[in-house]
Structures are given as structure tokens and as C-alpha cells.
Design a protein around this ligand. Structure first.
Ligand code: NAG
Ligand code: NAG
Ligand code: NAG
Ligand code: NAG
Ligand code: NAG
Ligand code: NAG
Ligand code: NAG
Length: 445
């Protein structure tokens, strides 16, 4: 297997190959000219598209040699990037670090992996490499996967001006998973999961470390598959950041998950009377997790009951109808005021009233069936991972900032009471990105 010298040689080879492949494939519109001078971007931008069928958010990275577009599901709490390697992983720059190497240690793996599934080595199957446990966030299935290294390119943010450039990390660490892990209700064509969690080898932290910028990223997910959202990794440019942001401490779970502390919840500017005894017993919503892979916010059973009853009281003029699973509280939407202002706003209050995050009324409800609108929160039962897990539906059209340097989470405070529109970033993500999307479409076909 790879020794330190072969890894060094590989680094040189990779570099040459990157240049070669970009030169050779200049005629292809997808590949962008890169100069050989070292390129140090301050911010990287990933375009994110919502998948209609699954409501999951998909981003595209350029990977391997020759480079191809690799669509991946965005998993905020994922520990690293993993892709299906069984399915024709062709790349001249793939290597697998040998076990107990510095790379394995960086990924926190101390397990030596042997592969018997193939008599000849191939990406994902070498002996004496390191085995990481990759997890599918939808099925919660795990699989031992080979830790691999390959070229990854991400677009550098240029503010919509000038030449679009790709920033390349020639030795990006990821897990090379078996195809069996890529099952479940995933968007068609995706090849794996892009983990943004707090680990040294997650997508944002690994790129930040490679390019030498502070560990931080911002995210704006679009609710529509026709508009694009974006993830900004590194310095958040002023032309992108909202003028005012509120910050609350960000805490990290044992698997690198992101948590914030919600102290109370207001509906229609009135405090929901949670039973504090019950809250402390059930750990309440003390730790509120944020997730991009669950569609709707999940609440622990007792939290959900109090919350949904109080919400129903605020909409007492609207007839309730039989609930449509997974929701527990539904209304006859013909009686709901037809405009966006109909439903009451919900505020998650953090350290004080000024630091509160608003779920606008129309994001509190979801149209579940013709003529039926439901409270877009789900009863998670008594054995939930957190008191509250904020899901993608409530994250969409919000600008959120994960400042891992300052260990704080930023959002637009309620008092500004302005819905945010992620499609304003379409200008930064169009162009080259259109080609990626076409390529994504062709993978799906
Ligand atoms: C997704 O659904 C919307 C509305 O139903 C439609 O306008 C859009 O074209 C669909 N997008 C794709 C990629 O199928
Ligand atoms: C790994 O070693 C085992 C024997 O220990 C052998 O059967 C297998 O073919 C080897 N796998 C690869 C990919 O070389
Ligand atoms: C919300 O309630 C607080 C305190 O109860 C009050 O100071 C504030 O004016 C209210 N805001 C609105 C918009 O009603
Ligand atoms: C709060 O919950 C505890 C534990 O379930 C219960 O004993 C108590 O009666 C509840 N208090 C109120 C005011 O509902
Ligand atoms: C909340 O904001 C108002 C207006 O900006 C300010 O006067 C007040 O001191 C703030 N309260 C806290 C607790 O920060
Ligand atoms: C929805 O309401 C409209 C108007 O009352 C009615 O015509 C229609 O049949 C309803 N649709 C369903 C699926 O119930
Ligand atoms: C986005 O691009 C369109 C057309 O190129 C332009 O009219 C618009 O002003 C741009 N918006 C922003 C926010 O730059």
C-alpha cells in the first residue's frame, strides 16, 4: 500500500494531472481553465438545488481525474463526505492512505481495513487502509468504508464579476462507500452525502483548512427546485451577508452535530406555557438540533403536544380536519386567510427577546392535500435525539451562519421581520452552474 513517499509522489502526479486534464479537456465547456499559479480564494460557493421528489437539498462538487460533476445530498450534521465507489469509480488520482497514517488519524480512524470483496485492488477496496463508518442519514444504516483521497474542486466566489475559477484541493479526504449504503429515498442520480458537520474532515472544515481560511460557512436553502440556494464556505462576503444578524452560542454534539439553545417559544407574540418540570425531565428543547435531512421540524412528544395545542388556540377560528400523517394538526385551508399573513408567526427565543428566530406563519403551515393545511411540525415521540430538531422546511429561505471559529450561530432576527429570499443568490450561482445542472439532469436520465 501507499507509503509516505508514494503519497508525496502522488501529490506531484495529482498536480500534474490536474493541469493536464484541464488542458486536455479545454474543448469541453464544463472544465474551466486554471492557471498554475497558486490560487487562494477567500470564499467558496456551492450551488444547492432542492429535489422535487424527496425535498432533499443537493449540491454538486467536481471530483476525480478526469473531473466529473458529483451530485451529493447536503447533510448539515454529516461527519464527512462519502460517495458510492462500487459504481465505476474511475479516477487516476484516487489513493487510499495506509492505516495508522496521519490522514487516518486526522479523520479519527484507527481501524485497519481489509477488503475481500474484490481480488484486485480498486477504489474502495484495498488492504491495510483505514475503514471509516459512513452513515446514511435517511436510513441510519452504517457501512465500513475505505478512507480515500482524491481531487475535489469547488467554485471560488467572485461576487458575480470576472472569471469564474475553480479552487482545487488535490488531496481531499472522503469515504469510499459500498453501493448498498446509497439506498433509501434519495434523489435520483446522487452519488453520496456531503457532510458539513463539525469534524476536521467535513467538507467545510477540510476546505477551510486547505485554503487557509477560518472555519465558517453560511447556508441559504431555497424552498423551490426552480430557484437555487447556496452554501458559502469561508469568509462571508459583505455583498452576501444580510445587514443585521443575531448570534447565539453554537454547541457541538458528540458526532459533530450542530445544536443551539432555545429558551422559550412564542406564538403570535405569546409565550407557549411549557411545563418546565416536564421540560427538564425530557431535556426539553434545551438542545435544539438543526438538520437539513429531516423535512419538517420534529419535537419531542410532550413539547409537541403543548406547542400544537397552543398553536391550535391561536387559529381557533379555523375548522380542524382529520390530520394527514406525519402531521398531527390540520386545518381546512379554504377557511384560512388566503394570503401569507394568515397563520401566526412562531418565534424561537434564545438568550433574550432580541435574539429570536422567526418562523413566519406560512412556514408554520404546509399544504398537505388539496384544501388541507397542516402545522408543519412533527411529533417525534418520546425517544427523540433532541427536544427539537429544526428541519429543512423551516430552514428554507433563511440565511444562517455557522461560525465555528466563534462557536456561534447567526440568523436574521425576528424584529427585522423580513422574509429572506435565497434566490437573490441565483446571480452568483448561474453560468457555469447551468452546465453542472445539465450534467446532473443527464445523470438522472
Ligand atoms: C418541480 O416542481 C415544480 C412545481 O411543481 C415545477 O415547476 C418544477 O419544474 C419541478 N422541477 C423539476 C426539476 O422537476
Ligand atoms: C486482501 O488480503 C486478502 C488476504 O488476506 C486477500 O484475500 C484479498 O484478495 C486482498 N484484497 C485485495 C483487494 O488485495
Ligand atoms: C410582544 O410582546 C412584548 C412583551 O410582552 C411586547 O413588549 C411587544 O410590544 C409585543 N410585540 C408585538 C408586535 O405585539
Ligand atoms: C408538569 O409535569 C410534571 C411531570 O409530568 C407533572 O407532575 C406536573 O403536574 C405538571 N405540571 C403542570 C402544571 O401541568
Ligand atoms: C433589545 O433591543 C432593544 C432595541 O434595539 C434594546 O433597547 C434592548 O436593550 C435590547 N435588549 C437586550 C436584552 O439586549
Ligand atoms: C376543495 O375545495 C373546493 C371548494 O370548496 C372543492 O370544489 C373541491 O372539490 C375540494 N377538493 C377536495 C379534494 O376536497
Ligand atoms: C442579477 O442578474 C440580473 C440579470 O443579469 C440583473 O438584472 C440583476 O440586477 C442581478 N441581481 C443582483 C442582485 O445582482
Amino acid at each position: 500500500m501507499a507509503s509516505p513517499t508514494t503519497i508525496n509522489k502522488f501529490a506531484t502526479t495529482i498536480f500534474t494531472l490536474v493541469i493536464l486534464s484541464t488542458t486536455i479537456s479545454d474543448s469541453k465547456p464544463l472544465v474551466h481553465r486554471s492557471s498554475s499559479a497558486p490560487f487562494k480564494p477567500n470564499t467558496l460557493i456551492l450551488s444547492v438545488t432542492k429535489d422535487n421528489a424527496t425535498s432533499l437539498h443537493v449540491t454538486i462538487l467536481r471530483k476525480r481525474t478526469p473531473q466529473i460533476a458529483v451530485p451529493l445530498v447536503v447533510d448539515l450534521n454529516g461527519r464527512f463526505l462519502w460517495v458510492n465507489c462500487d459504481d465505476n469509480y474511475l479516477s487516476s488520482t484516487y489513493t487510499a492512505p495506509f492505516c495508522h497514517s496521519a490522514q487516518c488519524s486526522r479523520a479519527g480512524v484507527h481501524y485497519c481495513h481489509k477488503c475481500r470483496s474484490s481480488p484486485t485492488p480498486r477504489p474502495g477496496c484495498h488492504n491495510n487502509t483505514c475503514g471509516v463508518i459512513a452513515t446514511n442519514p435517511l436510513t441510519h444504516k452504517n457501512s465500513v468504508s475505505e478512507l480515500g483521497l482524491d481531487v475535489v474542486s469547488v467554485r471560488a466566489f467572485n461576487g458575480g464579476r470576472g472569471v469564474r475559477r475553480w479552487a482545487t484541493d488535490p488531496q481531499f479526504l472522503f469515504a469510499c462507500a459500498p453501493s448498498s449504503l446509497l439506498q433509501g429515498p434519495l434523489p435520483q442520480g446522487v452519488r453520496g452525502i456531503a457532510g458539513l458537520g463539525h469534524t476536521p474532515v467535513s467538507l467545510p472544515l477540510q476546505l477551510a483548512s486547505h485554503f487557509g481560511f477560518r472555519p465558517e460557512f453560511a447556508m441559504c436553502l431555497s424552498p423551490l427546485s426552480t430557484d437555487k440556494g447556496a452554501i458559502f464556505i469561508g469568509n462571508i462576503p459583505s455583498e452576501v451577508a444580510p445587514k443585521t444578524m443575531a448570534y447565539t452560542p453554537l454547541t457541538i454534539g458528540p458526532q459533530g452535530e450542530y445544536f443551539i439553545l432555545i429558551r422559550s417559544i412564542n406564538i403570535n407574540n405569546q409565550t407557549v406555557p411549557f411545563n418546565t418540570t416536564l421540560l427538564s425531565k425530557t431535556r426539553g428543547f434545551g438542545g435544539t438540533m438543526i438538520s437539513t435531512t429531516i423535512p419538517y421540524t420534529i419535537m419531542e412528544h410532550s413539547v409537541y403536544n403543548t406547542f400544537s395545542q397552543f398553536f391550535a388556540k391561536q387559529l381557533s377560528g379555523v375548522p380542524q380536519v382529520q390530520a394527514v400523517p406525519p402531521f398531527g394538526l390540520c386545518f381546512d385551508s379554504r377557511i384560512l386567510p388566503p394570503t401569507r399573513v394568515g397563520a401566526p408567526n412562531i418565534d424561537f427565543v434564545m438568550q433574550n427577546r432580541n435574539v429570536s428566530w422567526r418562523i413566519f406563519g406560512y412556514d408554520a403551515l404546509v399544504s398537505a392535500r388539496p384544501n388541507v393545511s397542516c402545522l408543519a411540525f412533527v411529533d417525534g415521540g418520546t425517544n427523540t435525539r433532541a427536544g427539537i430538531t429544526i428541519g429543512a422546511y423551516q430552514l428554507e429561505n433563511n440565511f444562517v451562519h455557522f461560525d465555528l471559529f466563534g462557536s456561534r450561530f447567526g440568523f436574521i432576527p425576528s424584529r427585522l421581520a423580513q422574509p429572506f429570499d435565497c434566490s437573490m443568490f441565483n446571480n452568483f450561482t448561474t453560468g457555469a452552474d447551468q452546465l453542472e445542472l445539465q450534467e446532473f439532469a443527464s445523470i438522472r436520465n
